[in-house]
Design a protein around this ligand. Structure first.
Ligand code: NI
Length: 177
């Protein structure tokens, strides 16, 4: 079921999410089905459970060829539960980000260039990956949602924050994200 995505300003987006205690449950399956439906409907690159009002440490992400990210590297479709992130080195990279909770806008956000992340999939199987670039960026953005952090809170120079249509008049990025 497609769910309403909370928008920046809603206090629920600022809360810290709780760990998932049991895997493979009907409740977890239903949550993930709703998250997938909602993300697909909005052509998002990722979605965190708090964005649909569920305060659990669950994120999904994945990028195939997406018209909204024409230059983006592909990222495998992933369910990541109870994640732990470990930056590898101190190198940061800046790139433009958007968020389904901040529709119609983009900001230039620094993120760690390399990252190890660990967690569990929906059946409780461990995930342990070392990634870089866009994949690392997506994971950092989604896991920030679990700590109540939205990407505008990470923008060091607010002159690099604005509306898609004004920032990128030649691209059709749409209003939704
Ligand atoms: Ni987001």
């Amino acid at each position: 079921m497609i769910r309403e995505v909370l928008r920046m300003g809603d206090a629920r987006l600022l809360e810290r999410a709780r760990p998932v205690a049991a895997f493979g449950t009907p409740e977890l399956r239903a949550l993930l089905a709703d998250m997938r439906d909602t993300m697909a409907h909005l052509s998002g690159a990722g979605l965190a459970a708090p964005q649909i009002g569920v305060g659990l440490q669950v994120v999904i992400f994945g990028v195939r060829r997406n018209p909204r990210y024409p230059d983006a590297e592909e990222v495998p479709d992933t369910v990541l539960i109870n994640p732990e992130l470990e930056p590898l080195g101190s190198e940061m990279e800046e790139a433009w980000e958007g968020c389904l909770s901040v529709p119609g806008m983009r900001g230039l956000v620094p993120r760690y260039a390399r990252l190890r992340y660990r967690g569990y999939d929906e059946s409780g199987a461990p995930i342990d990956r070392t990634v870089s670039g866009f994949h690392a960026r997506v994971v950092q953005h989604e896991c920030d949602h679990l700590a109540g952090i939205l990407y505008p809170m990470r923008i060091p120079d607010l002159s690099k924050f604005g509306f898609n249509a004004a920032l990128f008049p030649d691209q059709d990025l749409g209003d939704e994200d």
